[in-house]
Design a protein around this ligand. Structure first.
Ligand code: GDP
Length: 365
């Protein structure tokens, strides 16, 4: 399954945030596909639609969907034998599908900063530069090899060479590969390079306790936002310290605490949603009387593959997907009415499942 890796310099609040993640954490028993590893935190995906569907169907049980965060710092700290720390770090970044880069924006004189003062752009660049250099090394090797083939008029090599040039230029300007606009064809080629800097990044600005109502006033955060905009990345604001307090609460208690703090949604919930989106994940629902449940699929999956998320038998024996959009079902008020209104479609093997679809799979066993 896809995972987002948490990175950042020491003392920026990564462990505090990761603790919040594991505390809010989902019971791994509900999610047998998830990894059991102290450096992996399973989070349930907050989804208002699931609550509404539960009200509508009134099932015995409701199960949210979940995915994983990996604490890269934790792994690197725990396993520094053999390889140097730098290589460990890079090899773990290689294994994640997206990156959550935690940046210290809070000012607190009691907590030392590794370089003596809080400077978010320096911090970000310290890590990004390491990734850029690693990519530059592998791209340069490939460049030299492909250049020779391109000179011999090898058609594929000539196309690849152009892409390599584009990537190399950007990296030499200290820009990550994700900041480059690639055509669809180019993107297919770039994928073969296995670049670290092509992975999507979400910057997580960790602001102070007294700042979560107006994070925009934090100057460090403003700098992070400007930096992120240049490479086309998103920024989320959290206060790791408060998130770890919120994570201990549930339901009404949590809502009351958020109200007291004067915020509509916890930073952690925003982080979870943004990371899910960044990983290219989406949700469909099954809604029976026994169970209303959210399922994660990768955007672009066709109906049989999406059915396979529930069980491989569903994929193998797939016949049809009886599908209604969440909005149509909610507007109709019940499945029966939605059917009468003609809103329930019978979709076949080629149907591309949409976020929010409520599906009943028909299959042969
Ligand atoms: P890591 O090294 O990046 O994992 O950082 P930690 O999570 O261990 O945090 C380093 C220190 O900063 C700890 O003493 C935390 O309590 C503190 N810290 C983390 N987040 C916040 C925050 O939002 N506000 C304040 N004031 N301190 C924080």
């Amino acid at each position: 399954s896809l995972t987002a890796g948490i990175v950042g310099l020491p003392n920026v609040g990564k462990s505090t945030l990761f603790n919040a993640i594991t505390q809010a954490g989902a019971e791994s028993a509900n999610y047998p596909f998830c990894t059991i590893d102290p450096n992996v935190g399973i989070v349930e995906v907050p989804d208002e639609r699931l609550r509404k569907l539960t009200e509508l169907v009134n099932p015995k049980k409701t199960v949210p969907t979940a995915f994983e965060f990996t604490d890269i710092a934790g792994i690197v700290k725990g396993a520094s034998k053999g390889e140097g720390l730098g290589n460990q770090f890079l090899s773990h970044i290689r294994q994640v599908d997206a990156i959550c880069h935690v940046v210290r924006c809070f000012n607190d004189d009691n907590i030392t900063h590794v370089s003596g003062r809080v400077n978010p752009i320096d911090d970000i660049e310290t890590i990004n530069l390491e990734l850029i250099l690693a990519d530059l090394e592998s791209v340069t090797k490939r460049y030299q090899r492909v250049e020779k083939m391109a000179k011999q008029k090898d058609k594929n090599a000539m196309v690849e060479f152009e892409v390599l040039k584009k990537v190399k230029d950007a990296l030499e300007d200290e820009m990550p590969a994700r900041s480059i606009d690639f055509s669809k064809e180019e993107l297919k080629i770039v994928k073969q390079f296995h670049l670290l800097t092509i992975k999507p990044v979400l910057y997580v600005g960790n602001v102070g306790e007294d700042e979560i109502q107006n994070p925009e006033e934090n100057e460090n955060l403003q700098l992070v936002q400007e930096y992120a905009a240049k490479e086309g990345s998103k920024v989320i604001t959290v206060c790791a310290k408060i998130e770890s307090e919120i994570a201990e609460l549930e339901g009404e208690e949590k809502e009351m605490f958020l109200e007291e703090l004067g915020i509509a949604e916890s930073g952690l919930d925003q982080l979870i949603k943004a990371s899910y989106h960044m990983l290219g994940l989406a949700t469909y629902f099954t809604a029976g009387e026994k169970e209303v449940r959210a399922w994660t699929f990768k955007k672009g999956m066709k109906a049989p593959q999406a059915a396979g998320v529930i069980h491989s038998d569903f994929e193998r024996g797939f016949i049809r997907a009886e599908t209604v959009s969440y909005e149509d079902l909610l507007a109709a008020g019940s499945m029966t009415v939605a059917k009468e209104q003609g809103k329930v479609r019978s979709e076949g093997k080629e149907y591309v499942v949409q976020d929010g679809d409520v599906i009943l799979f028909r299959f042969n066993v």
